[in-house]
Design a protein around this ligand. Structure first.
Ligand code: FAD
Length: 315
């Protein structure tokens, strides 16, 4: 797996890798940690990944290379007295992949901190600096996700907060004692612990985290789900978002499986590979879940992770 080097040599490295792939008649892909990639059993091609893990802090601005691990960045910024990323603790993967689906958790999404994203635009082989607005971020979505194969993210600049202001809008956090949530380290630890209990360990049982996005519904649809006790009357529905896990649970799909792909007993939104499941098993199971939720509630579940798309390179 060729590694993309520091920014100065980046364009050359990328071009050489693309050239190499072209001569070998192979597709070229970019991957970070692989924690949100739907991978086939065999991948014939050249896979690029960034080894730029540099973190530069200037005041509240943090510029970080695409190859840094996201959770290491969270730890480093807290240590440096910069706040905001606590709720995004323990999300697996790299900084370069974080803007692709605008990672989010516990009431916070990445885009609220992004100043700019540096990338190589393969449509014109140019290094570009995209301001947050140009990235078209929305819920688990971005320009990068909508134009797969076009951009290779090389670094990102975030603006964090010099003062800790906990964000406790997410239901699980509201019940935590103030003595925990009043310190950034306490809040981070609490989130790590909740995640540890709620999610299966992806190092032991392959999974990509949430497999489906939470659907965004009209108020009348939400009321109907509340009436039928599919979601509780107190369940948070920020911006009309309804828990896809609750829909899967209410449709009694827990025991659904295809080959060795099944729904995690720890979290209904997670499809896990129980050993030897193929990409086809996983996608067939996902489709079954979509069909059954559609039949039961008339709601379409959208798949969150993307299939791996080859990088564009000019013919
Ligand atoms: C247990 C578990 C829990 C998770 N929890 C959350 C969560 O709470 N919130 C959340 O948002 N996500 C969550 N995820 C999903 C995942 O952690 C994030 O999407 C993460 O950003 C993926 O990082 P990665 O480096 O592993 O990306 P990869 O899986 O390697 O890549 C994901 C996609 O990004 C592309 N990509 C990777 N690097 C680059 C780059 N430098 N330039 C351009 N494209 C690139 C890849 O081609 C691929 O399409 C979870 C996943 C797991 C397994």
């Amino acid at each position: 797996m060729p590694r993309i080097g520091p920014r100065s040599s980046l364009r050359n490295d990328l071009q050489r890798a693309l050239e190499f792939a072209r001569h070998a008649s192979l597709p070229c892909f970019v991957l970070g940690g692989g924690s949100n990639a739907l991978l086939p059993e065999r991948l014939a091609g050249v896979v690029l990944s960034s080894n730029d893990e540099t973190v530069r802090i200037q005041g509240a601005l943090v510029t970080v290379g695409a190859g840094a691990l996201w959770d290491d960045l969270v730890a480093k910024t807290l240590k440096a007295g910069l706040f905001g990323l606590e709720n995004l603790s323990s999300i697996p993967g790299t900084v370069g992949a974080a803007p692709i689906q605008n990672i989010g958790a516990y009431g916070v999404e990445l885009d609220r901190f992004v100043v700019s994203v540096d990338a190589m635009d393969l449509h014109n082989a140019a290094a570009v600096k995209l301001k947050a607005n140009d990235c078209e971020f929305s819920y688990r979505d971005s320009l990068f996700k909508r134009q797969p194969g076009r951009f290779v993210v090389t670094q990102m600049t975030l603006e964090l907060k010099p003062r800790f202001e906990p964000i406790l809008t997410y239901q699980d956090l509201q019940t935590l004692p103030a003595k925990i949530t009043s310190s950034p380290a306490g809040l981070r630890q609490a989130i790590q612990s909740i995640r540890g209990k709620k999610l299966p360990d992806y190092r032991l049982q392959g999974n990509v985290g949430s497999f489906f996005k939470n659907p965004i519904l009209a108020e009348t649809e939400i009321q109907a789900l509340r009436r039928d006790s599919v979601i509780s009357s107190s369940a948070g529905t920020a911006q009309g978002k309804v828990s896809a896990a609750a829909l899967i649970q209410a449709a009694a799909l827990r025991d659904l499986r295809v080959g060795n792909a099944g729904i995690s007993p720890k979290h209904h939104l997670v499809i896990e590979n129980r050993g030897g499941a193929t990409l086809n098993d996983i996608m067939t199971l996902a489709q079954l879940i979509q069909e059954k939720v559609q039949t039961r509630f008339g709601i379409d579940l959208e798949i969150e992770p993307q299939p791996l798309t080859p990088l564009y390179h000019a013919p």
